[in-house]
Design a protein around this ligand. Structure first.
Ligand code: 5GP
Ligand code: ZN
Length: 115
């Protein structure tokens, strides 16, 4: 297996608190939550970031978005949430396996980016 942390989590080689899994997608709670509910949705396929995303990835990227509302509801977020994909150095991405953060809780979140 390659040396990618999230590939290892998706393969079950590193433990995580799983939210969802199918043949294309894995979702798990963030180890360092910044909101009461904070989980990550990743493709099982190793795509480093949105910089490398291509049209061949449309199906799996669409699936991540299309599942997000259902998974958020199941995790106790019926009234909305924020999805964030940090990309590259400018986006301050830390783990270079594309992932979508799903963030929420009982209270509305703060403004998106402090000005
Ligand atoms: P990024 O800054 O790349 O968008 O976010 C990476 C996220 O992965 C961070 O929120 C961080 O807390 C989370 N994370 C890093 N290592 C692990 C881990 O080993 N397990 C889990 N569940 N989350 C991790
Ligand atoms: Zn990976």
């Amino acid at each position: 297996m390659n040396d990618c942390l999230f590939c290892k989590i998706a393969a079950g080689a590193i433990p995580s608190k799983k939210v969802y899994e199918d043949e294309d997608i894995f979702a798990f709670h963030d180890i360092n939550p910044v909101t009461p509910v904070h989980f990550l949705i990743i493709p099982k396929l190793h795509i480093p970031s949105l910089v490398e995303a291509e049209l061949q990835h449309v199906a799996v990227l669409g699936k991540m978005l299309a599942l997000s509302g259902r998974l958020a509801r199941e995790q106790g977020l019926p009234d909305g949430f924020r999805s964030i994909i940090n990309t590259g150095r400018i986006g301050r991405q830390e783990v270079y396996h594309l992932h979508m953060h799903i963030l929420g809780g009982p209270q509305p979140l703060g403004t998106m980016i402090p000005r």
